[in-house]
Write a protein that binds this ligand. Sequence first.
Ligand code: NAP
Length: 273
Amino acid sequence: MPSTQSLTGQTAIVTGASSGIGRAIAEKLGAAGAHVYLTGRTASAMEASRGKIEANGGRASIIVADIRDPRRVYELVDRAMADTGRLDVMVNNAGVSYPGKVIDADPEQWRAMLETNVLALLAGCQAAIRAMRQCRAQGHIVNISSSAAHRPDSGVYGATKHAVNCISNTLRRELEDDSIRIVNIMPGAIATNFGRNFEPAVIANLLGAAGLKLEVKRGERLPDEVFDKLQPLMRQLLGSADDVADAVLYAVSQPIHVDVAEIVVRPPKQINL
Ligand SMILES: NC(=O)c1ccc[n+]([C@@H]2O[C@H](COP(=O)([O-])OP(=O)(O)OC[C@H]3O[C@@H](n4cnc5c(N)ncnc54)[C@H](OP(=O)(O)O)[C@@H]3O)[C@@H](O)[C@H]2O)c1
């Protein structure tokens, strides 16, 4: 059950806020009163979230950025600090997966996963710690890892999430004497656009099992309505992005002497992504 402690007066940044888990987190933090900086590559999706947050009396700002360049991440934090004078919550959520055998893979896909899932997250952690120290925040840094980090053979994507766990654990030790907590969230399979780079037939099969027929093109997002229908039909196998966002709100609403170090959020049946 999420704490109802208000985040009013706090500033939060969410990367990958244009879809799925990041969008749900941004909307949840905005509804709890934080001024949320949403960042991603797709402006239109973030405009819709800003509309929802503002309609509820909240505050939201959008920064379109490709965070594979770490300089964009430092700029994000600088912008939030320049506008509001503070940073209380940093959610390093943006991530991509290109599943497949190592032996067959395109190294550019390894680069995309490493730059997005690891390098951008590291830059986000470093920039946020510096900003939180500067404004003397009682801050929370939330890193979105994956249950794939619990498996020893989860491919190059899984390797990036093992790296996320290692970075979170390392920073938690480094920050024991600071007023900054590191929260590592490991979702299981969640109904989002995460599968956009999967083999289209795999996604089509999943949709077919729920009775949904749709043309699936590699790299393209599915309409929101598909997830609205799919997730309730498949809730034994697919969690909802809101479930993960509830966990994030719970963690960042705790007082600073409570260290919510790790949370696994998964549906009852496990599928390995
Ligand atoms: N869904 C799952 O089953 C699952 C399970 C475990 C962990 N996760 C993790 O959860 C996180 C969120 O994924 P999701 O499931 O919500 O997938 P999603 O719906 O595909 O959302 C991914 C988000 O990351 C953003 N992003 C990707 N590359 C980016 C870049 N270079 N620069 C800026 N933004 C970028 C996307 O922005 P654009 O769309 O605008 O490009 C999008 O907002 C990821 O770290 C993922 O590894 C997901």
